[in-house]
Unconditional design. Structure first.
Length: 226
């Protein structure tokens, strides 16, 4: 799922990009309005995260241009402008959400999870009912969640792709090389430690006892489901 992230603060843009990439989003960045609209036209993102204070164009104006092309795409304004009049202007421009800096990382992650669910439902509502059983879990890929005994477990896009990969290769050990494309690539590099970290994060969510995993087990230098 593609996200257009627009921010003129290089450090904040890097932080936001890393946060979204960890969750499994494909992030395309821009630091100005003209560049943002060009990437919007070329990339055709599923979600836009826009700063308001840009050098050449306001985030409000970018939002209005996006709305002329796509009435439904989620647009999140992330800005330091916090007055009631600013928020009203942003919502009037067509923003789906208005987030005031400094933002909470866990809050942004939860909001992006909810937004991704909306995008998946918009893309294919019939897929919302599709599931597969992963041990005692029931996994709903298009809803980005799993259920155990009726209790819902939120999954990221990356979690869901990993579970689909393991399910498709049940009882077959998967080595680092096979799992690497589904793991977060810090500076374009995925090694055994990165895969171990990603699997560990997934285990914390889905295993009844992450210290003694029963669903995704170690198998030699890799992992296996089943």
């Amino acid at each position: 799922m593609k996200v257009l992230a627009v921010e003129n603060n290089a450090e904040l843009l890097k932080l936001l990009s890393h946060l979204l990439e960890k969750e499994g989003f494909e992030v395309h960045t821009a630091t100005g309005g003209a560049e943002a609209l060009q990437k919007f036209a070329n990339v055709k993102p599923d979600i836009a995260c826009l700063d308001v204070l840009l050098d050449d164009m306001s985030g409000y104006d970018i939002c209005r241009e996006i709305r002329r092309a796509d009435a439904d795409m989620p647009v999140l304004l992330i800005t330091s402008k916090s007055r009631a009049t600013d928020i009203s202007e942003g919502m009037a421009a067509g923003a789906t959400e208005y987030i005031v800096k400094p933002f909470d990382l866990m809050g942004i992650t939860a909001l992006m999870h909810k937004t991704a669910q909306t995008c998946l439902a918009r893309r294919n509502s019939a897929a919302l009912a599709e599931y597969f059983d992963f041990g005692e879990l029931r996994v709903y890929p298009a809803r980005l969640l799993a259920q155990r005994d009726g209790v819902e477990i939120a999954l990221s896009l990356r979690d869901t792709e990993l579970l689909k990969m393991f399910f498709a290769h049940k009882d077959q050990p998967l080595e680092t090389e096979a799992l690497a494309p589904y793991c977060w690539q810090s500076q374009g590099k995925v090694d055994a430690k990165a895969v171990e970290w990603q699997v560990g994060q997934l285990r914390k969510k889905i295993e009844a006892d992450a210290a003694n995993p029963a669903l995704i087990r170690n198998a030699g230098t890799g992992y296996v489901f089943g």
